[in-house]
Design a protein around this ligand. Structure first.
Ligand SMILES: [Zn+2]
Ligand SMILES: [Zn+2]
Ligand SMILES: [Zn+2]
Length: 73
């Protein structure tokens, strides 16, 4: 099911981490309400019973960047 990716760019030269806005990662499953493939006709109680109603725990992602962060550059 869908989740958020929490991206923090890590700048090697100054050692600062700069958080970016969360990215939503879509899963494409039919039984997840956030998925683009979830049928619009699936609603109400039936949907609550068989479909995922929440995002998965966010993934942490910290790509290392060469150089300094925008504040130090
Ligand atoms: Zn999903
Ligand atoms: Zn549903
Ligand atoms: Zn810095």
């Amino acid at each position: 099911m869908c989740s958020y990716r929490r991206v923090t760019n890590f700048y090697v030269q100054c050692g600062h981490g700069v958080p970016k806005p969360d990215e939503e990662i879509k899963c494409g499953a039919k039984n997840c309400i956030f998925s683009p493939n979830h049928p619009p006709t699936c609603q109400g109680r039936a949907c609550k019973e068989k479909c995922f109603q929440h995002h998965q725990f966010p993934q942490q992602y910290s790509p290392h960047k060469e150089g300094k962060c925008p504040t130090c550059a």
